[in-house]
Design a protein around this ligand. Structure first.
Ligand SMILES: C[S@@+](CC[C@H](N)C(=O)[O-])C[C@H]1O[C@@H](n2cnc3c(N)ncnc32)[C@H](O)[C@@H]1O
Length: 241
């Protein structure tokens, strides 16, 4: 999968792209990332100007951005505009985005981007949450990272992503590693029993318990089997500890 990021701060990306999954995925050619700087499409390096109508804050000019985007855009590119007014990124949207071959991500700065860039490209507008960041660069990394870990070959074991929270709507059950006991806190014995069916049942129950406690709104999205309903009753009766 190819990512083209449009940003006036290419340096922002060097460190995050050179460690962990993103580094490995690039080395394995699972993803390709290119950063294009709109400043390179100006004569004097100026990419912002005052707002029409007055008011504090500079606005990103349309010409350098449009030129930068057109340089990397192909017929099949998906153009994403990072903006607080966009659809909030969630795991379902990430699962949609992994189907694309080429994604262009536009990062705003300052007060934002001249509205006419939206008119020219009609991009998919994405928000990374209901708060304001100083630029789209962190959001671009969020999108790239969340997509990349779902692409085959990026993770050592794709099952690890499949059991993550949100992948099937609900939160993941608690996880443990060695030592068996830490500060008098023991790992739940069922996890050391070697009884895979019972472990799976316990995890499902803990996933219900956590979701009910922290994000009950997700319960309505899940499809429950008959066994799930039995487990849910056990959880509600406090019998899944
Ligand atoms: C300081 S913000 C501009 C905010 C804008 N004036 C507003 O009130 O909606 C500058 C840039 O950061 C990015 N940005 C900030 N917060 C964001 C968010 N929650 N989601 C996605 N992008 C965001 C956008 O690209 C935006 O153009």
């Amino acid at each position: 999968m190819k990512f083209d990021v449009i940003s006036i701060f290419p340096d922002f990306f060097y460190s995050p792209l050179s460690v962990g999954i993103l580094k490995i995925a690039q080395e394995k050619s699972i993803i390709k990332i290119r950063i294009t700087n709109p400043r390179d499409f100006t004569k004097n390096g100026v990419v912002d100007d005052y707002q029409f109508g007055g008011g504090a804050g500079m606005v990103m000019k349309p010409e350098p951005l449009v030129k930068a985007i057109n340089q990397v855009k192909t017929k099949s590119s998906l153009v994403i505009m990072l903006t607080p007014q966009g659809k909030r990124l969630d795991q379902n949207l990430v699962k949609e985005l992994i189907k694309k071959d080429h994604v262009i991500i536009i990062c705003g700065r300052y007060k934002g981007i001249d509205e006419r860039v939206n008119r020219v490209f009609d991009p998919m507008q994405i928000s990374v949450g209901d708060y304001i960041l100083s630029g789209g660069e962190i959001g671009a990394l969020v999108i790239i990272e969340s997509i990349t870990r779902l692409l085959p070959g990026s993770l050592g074991n794709i099952d690890s992503a499949d059991t993550d929270s949100f992948q099937q709507y609900l939160l993941e059950a608690p996880i443990y590693t060695r030592p068996k006991s830490f500060r008098n806190l023991a790992v739940p014995p069922i996890l050391r029993s070697g009884h895979h069916k019972m472990v799976a049942r316990w995890r499902r129950g803990k996933s219900f318990e956590r979701t009910l406690e922290y994000k009950p709104e997700l319960m309505g999205l899940e499809k429950f089997s008959k066994t799930d309903l039995e487990i849910l009753l056990e959880v509600l009766d406090g019998k899944n500890s």
